[in-house]
Structures are given as structure tokens and as C-alpha cells.
Design a protein around this ligand. Structure first.
Ligand code: PLP
Length: 422
């Protein structure tokens, strides 16, 4: 390091540390940890609460939806969400209130009973799942809890690193699946390219029951430009001769009311039949009244898209506040790089290696909660200790601006300190 470089780092460190100390004295209490919708977003769907009244609870085929049954969901909801998921109603199950529960059921059942085209329970086959990183902590938590080994592969701007995926699946039949958040990935915002979708559909795998765990949680969650196009994985897999490979998940958690929405799974007829059989031991049917509410609320796909434009109007200024702060404080410094997503719920920041934990700790000391370092990696272990996930949807723009002042000051202080130590 030249004397000039050293002097520049020292001066940055002094300024940033002073800024940080000023905020630390303010007894802040701000939370940027979880990707939750804000109250204003939830308000947009409050008509759901009155759309189904007593005496008005019959489905389109005359079924009394207050009673048991309808394991695959009501026909009008399967039709609506087939359009949403770009497939046909017979391939869609409309389930309970959370896609995470559907993913858990899918993998727990795979562990205990296997897949319809496989060699029995996964638990007897030392199963491994490929995890593009950084990724969604709750996907990783499911695997860890079920004793499924996780293998990291890096994300690229087009999706997971395909060469790494190919090498892992080619000869090892215990590599059973890959997690994918194909649109506005959590946390890094990528949208998988057509070439990536086709490759994932067609890569030869040693496991005959290999699955794409296709969590399209953010299908319509754009920030103003309209939903990005994403090639339909179910058709791509059918064309590639692997119809049973994709399991598509989704929900309205971040469209209507999180925790009181509807969850979705779409897959081949073989997988649909298998899933229904497996869940029939756990439930006699989903909350069909809630499904009816959702159909009445949206009416059709245009209704969903118009609704999501209102979300974008609320959320986009918050993402802009995050980006503005990062640009203003860290642009051109070489201390951090960050994503500029066009949708989804997160901004992913990479700081100087070895600094993320300390940055997040210092933010906590100043009353700003940031998702724990490492959460975006399997087993909570970021091998480079550099990734920080920011969730801007829940706080107000004012709160975000304050939290970002604290975060950027902490990044600048910690990273310059590290570089000065060498
Ligand atoms: N999938 C992804 C990628 C998510 O980011 C989230 C929530 O943050 C979920 C699933 C949770 O969805 P649900 O509320 O339907 O369980």
C-alpha cells in the first residue's frame, strides 16, 4: 500500500467512525432483518376480509366450501393460479397458507417415502441438495433439519453456475435436487436466463428422481417495470424428456396477507398425484374459503398484475433509498458491491472479505438489526464472511435512510480498518 493510499484509508476510517459514533448515541431501534410486507402493502388486500359472507360460500360448481374436502384446491383457484404459474389447472395444487410448509412436506415426504420415479426413501441414500449461494436461509434450514447435506454452488447473473451443477449431478445419484429462486432471487435478485432454464431442464443426472425445487416466490413482485419474463420450467422439462423434474412452488404471502394467503405447487401429473397421496394423511383439505376469497378478490391474472403495480409503487422508493445511500457513501470506494434488483424483497451487499460479521455486530450495537452474517449460506457459514442481506420493505423510507447511514458508516469503518491491518 502506498503512503497516499494509507492516508486515504485512515481519513475515511476516521470520518466513518465519527459518523457511526454519532448514530450510536441516538438509541435507535430499527429492524432491516426480514422480508416482510409493510402495513401499507397489507392494507391493499383488506377487502379479502369481507369478500366471503355467510350464505355466500358456494364454489362455482355448487360445492359448499365450508365443509371438508377438495384436497387439490377449488377449481376456480386452480385455474387462476395455473395462469399465474404459466401452466394448466390439472398441474396445480392450491394448498394451505404457506409455500414453506409445502416445501417442508415435499422434502420430509421424500426423505421418508421417496419420489414416484426414484429408488425409495431419500433418507436411505445419503441425499444431497445443491444450494446456489447466497440463497434463502429457510431453504437451508429445512435441509439441515432433515439431515440433507447441502453443497454450495455460486450464483451468476444468469442463475446458478451451470458447469458446477453439471459436474455435481453427472455421476452421483445421491445428489437429489437443487434449490432455485428463479425470479428476483433471494437475496441477490437475479432472473434466470432462458439458457439456464433449458440447461437445468435437460442436464443429465445420475439420480433418476432428481428435482428442481423451483421456488418462484417473487413471480410478480417487480419494482415498477412489470414482472420480468421467465421461461416456463414445466414445459422446458417436458420438452427435454424430464417431465417429473420440476416442482414449482409459490404463494400469495407477499401479494395479499403474509400468513393468510394461499400456497401453490405445480408439477407433472405424476408428481401431483404423488403429492396429493402423501398429504392426504396429514389433511382432509385446505382452507377453501380463503381460496374463494382470493379468487373473488383478483378475479383474473390482470387483477393480480394491477394489484402488484400498487405494491411496486409502495416498495420501489424504499429500494431507491437503499441504493441512494450505498451510492452516496460507498460508491467508488472499493469497499462494497451491491445488487440493483428489479424485483423481489432484498438487496445483497458484499463487503471486503472477513468484515460482514463485524459490520452487523456494530449495527446491532447502534440499534439497527441486520440479518445475521452467514444466514444466506448453508449452515450459516459464509466462507468469505462478506455477504449482507438488506430487507427494505417493512421500514418507512425515513427509517431506511437512518438505518442505511448506520450501516454504511459501519461498513466504511470496519472495512477500512481491515484493509489498514492488511
Ligand atoms: N420462498 C422464498 C424465496 C422467500 O423469500 C420466502 C419468504 O421470504 C418464502 C418462500 C416464504 O413463503 P411463504 O410465506 O409462502 O411460506
Amino acid at each position: 500500500m502506498t503512503a497516499l493510499e494509507k492516508a486515504t484509508l485512515e481519513s475515511r476510517n476516521k470520518d466513518a467512525s465519527a459518523r457511526f459514533e454519532r448514530y450510536r448515541g441516538r438509541n435507535l431501534s430499527l429492524d432491516m432483518t426480514r422480508g416482510k410486507p409493510s402495513p401499507e402493502q397489507l392494507d391493499l388486500a383488506d377487502d379479502l376480509l369481507t369478500l366471503v359472507q355467510g350464505g355466500d360460500t358456494k364454489g362455482e360448481d355448487g360445492t359448499d366450501l365450508r365443509n371438508y374436502g377438495g384436497l387439490a384446491g377449488i377449481p376456480e383457484a386452480r385455474r387462476l393460479f395455473a395462469e399465474y404459474l404459466d401452466t394448466t389447472p390439472d398441474r396445480v395444487i392450491v394448498a394451505g397458507n404457506a409455500s414453506l410448509a409445502v416445501m417442508w412436506d415435499t422434502l420430509a415426504n421424500a426423505m421418508m417415502y421417496g419420489m414416484p420415479d426414484g429408488d425409495g426413501p431419500w433418507k436411505d441414500q445419503s441425499p444431497k441438495i445443491i444450494c446456489p449461494v447466497p440463497g434463502y436461509d429457510r431453504h437451508f434450514a429445512i435441509c439441515e433439519r432433515l439431515g440433507i447435506d447441502m453443497i454450495n454452488v455460486p450464483m451468476t447473473e444468469d442463475g446458478p453456475d451451470l458447469e458446477a451443477v453439471k459436474a455435481l449431478v453427472a455421476d452421483d445419484a445421491s445428489v437429489k435436487a437443487i434449490w432455485c429462486v428463479p425470479k428476483y432471487s433471494n437475496p441477490s435478485g437475479e432472473v434466470y436466463s432462458d439458457a439456464t432454464v433449458d440447461a437445468l431442464a435437460s442436464i443429465p443426472t445420475a439420480a433418476k428422481d432428481f428435482r428442481l425445487l423451483w421456488d418462484n416466490a417473487y413471480s410478480v413482485h417487480h419494482l415498477g417495470e412489470g414482472p420480468a419474463p421467465l421461461k416456463d420450467i414445466i414445459t422446458a422439462c417436458e420438452k427435454a424428456g424430464n417431465p417429473n423434474r420440476p416442482l414449482v412452488f409459490g404463494s400469495t404471502s407477499k401479494i395479499t396477507h403474509a400468513g393468510a394467503g394461499v400456497a401453490l405447487i405445480a408439477a407433472s401429473p405424476v408428481n401431483v398425484e404423488d403429492h396429493l397421496k402423501k398429504i392426504s394423511f396429514a389433511t382432509i383439505g385446505p382452507d377453501k374459503i380463503n381460496q374463494l376469497r382470493h379468487v373473488r378478490f383478483f378475479k383474473n391474472m390482470d387483477g393480480i398484475l394491477a394489484h402488484m403495480q400498487k405494491h411496486a409503487d409502495i416498495v420501489a422508493p424504499k429500494f431507491k433509498a437503499v441504493d441512494d445511500a450505498l451510492e452516496a457513501r460507498l460508491g467508488g470506494t472499493g469497499l462494497a458491491t451491491w445488487t440493483k434488483p428489479k424485483g423481489g424483497y432484498f438487496v445483497s451487499v458484499d463487503v471486503v472479505d472477513g468484515c460482514a460479521k463485524e459490520v452487523i455486530k456494530r449495527c446491532g450495537d447502534a440499534g439497527v438489526k441486520i440479518t445475521p452474517a452467514g444466514a444466506t449460506y448453508p449452515y450459516g457459514k459464509d466462507p468469505h464472511d462478506r455477504n449482507i442481506r438488506i430487507a427494505p420493505t417493512l421500514p418507512s423510507v425515513d427509517e431506511i435512510q437512518t438505518a442505511m447511514e448506520v450501516l454504511t458508516a459501519a461498513i466504511e469503518a470496519v472495512c477500512t480498518e481491515k484493509l489498514l491491518k492488511g
